[in-house]
Ligand binder design. Structure first.
Ligand SMILES: [Zn+2]
Ligand SMILES: [Zn+2]
Length: 352
């Protein structure tokens, strides 16, 4: 805050940044909260013989947002793990990640970073079946990769460290990047895994399908059960809400601080103005009493005795308004006759 009462650039930057972050976190919080609210309202359906009958009697043969739990079953073929024997699945994700340390020039610390350098996903059609082998009804899962929550099981991981030679180590210190190695993983959705699907359930030509729901609803395929999925989503909503509140409070307090400073400044300048007016009025009164014309007074003459020249500067206010004799005559504690600020120091004024 400068003497003009305007907010400083730093204060404006803090206000703008915290407001923008509040809006950003709030919008994420709103969309996450909507997802959780819809997830809570989703219709719970059990995978049994009656499912086909229920769907055929539903208008449009479709439940727009349903929760269904079941066991992964392959439809025709299965995928074999490339690393583990007798490990069969329906989704396989192979990832190669490069891990390295990067020197941060600001904090002077080596930070660990990783980058996906290659990823491949293989899928085969699959269905959800009942836990009970006697129930033949299955639900075909359509476009599983569109799911927002697709947690696969890590079936294999290996780390291949980078071979370091002395010259490469020196090179790394110069370049600020030190490779650690390559992290290889294989993740799978295995046949027999128990999963929860949330999406649109339709009966299409005698085949029950679980597919991505209409716009605004989130598609989930997870190894968690419904309650755990709800809890996990709820936790993320809470996180965004806390962030929005914290940054909202920062924005509000910055705004209040700026407004309060401006109010103080305005009150101060109003007070100074009224004191000056009062002083001028008193001076005019004295001029009338002494019967002196206002125009006959030199602009450099002392405002108290109106005869001698002004000869001292009052600090901290900086006013030059009296001669030194009149300053000496001011009553204790000495205050500036113009603004009534207390006088800490007096500097003689030399007119050359
Ligand atoms: Zn004087
Ligand atoms: Zn003053």
């Amino acid at each position: 805050m400068d003497s003009s009462g305007k907010p400083s650039t730093a204060q404006i930057v803090v206000l703008a940044t915290s407001s923008a972050l509040t809006a950003f976190f709030y919008s994420i919080y709103r969309s996450r909260a909507t997802i959780v609210a819809r997830l809570k309202e989703a219709k719970k359906v059990s995978l049994d013989q009656d499912l086909k009958t229920i769907l055929s009697e539903t208008p449009g043969r479709c439940i727009p947002y349903a929760v269904i739990e079941g066991v992964v079953r392959s439809v025709k073929e299965t995928l074999n793990s490339q690393f583990v024997d007798n490990c069969k699945g329906v989704i396989e994700r192979l990832t190669l990640k490069e891990e390295k340390m990067v020197w941060n020039r600001t904090t002077h610390i080596w930070n660990s970073t990783e980058k996906i350098i290659h990823q491949r996903i293989n899928t085969v059609p699959f269905a959800l079946g009942s836990h009970d082998d006697d129930i033949a009804a299955t639900v075909r899962v359509i476009r599983p990769l569109d799911a927002a929550e697709l947690d696969l099981e890590t079936t294999y991981e290996n780390f291949h460290p980078t071979v370091q030679s002395l010259s490469s180590v020196i090179g790394h210190f110069i370049s600020g990047e030190r490779p650690k190695g390559i992290h290889e993983t294989e993740e799978m959705l295995r046949v027999g895994d128990s999963i929860t699907g949330v999406g649109e359930l339709v009966l299409d030509n005698n085949l029950i399908k679980l597919q991505p729901p209409k716009q605004g609803f989130c598609y989930f395929l997870t190894r968690l059960d419904y309650e755990s999925l709800l809890r996990k989503q709820g936790n993320s909503v809470r996180l965004w809400k806390i962030l929005a509140i914290v940054f909202g409070m920062a924005a509000c307090s910055t705004l209040l601080y700026i407004l309060w400073k401006q109010y103080i400044h305005r009150r101060q300048s109003k007070k100074e103005k009224s004191i000056l007016e009062e002083f001028k009025e008193q001076q005019r009164k004295r001029l009338r009493e002494l019967n002196i014309e206002e125009s006959s007074i030199s602009p450099t003459s002392c405002t108290v005795c109106l005869s001698r020249d002004r000869s001292c500067v009052f600090l901290e206010c900086g006013h030059v308004c009296t001669c030194s004799q009149c300053y000496e005559a001011l009553p204790e504690p000495k205050k500036c006759p113009i603004c009534r600020a207390s006088i800490d120091r007096v500097v003689p004024l030399y007119n050359s």
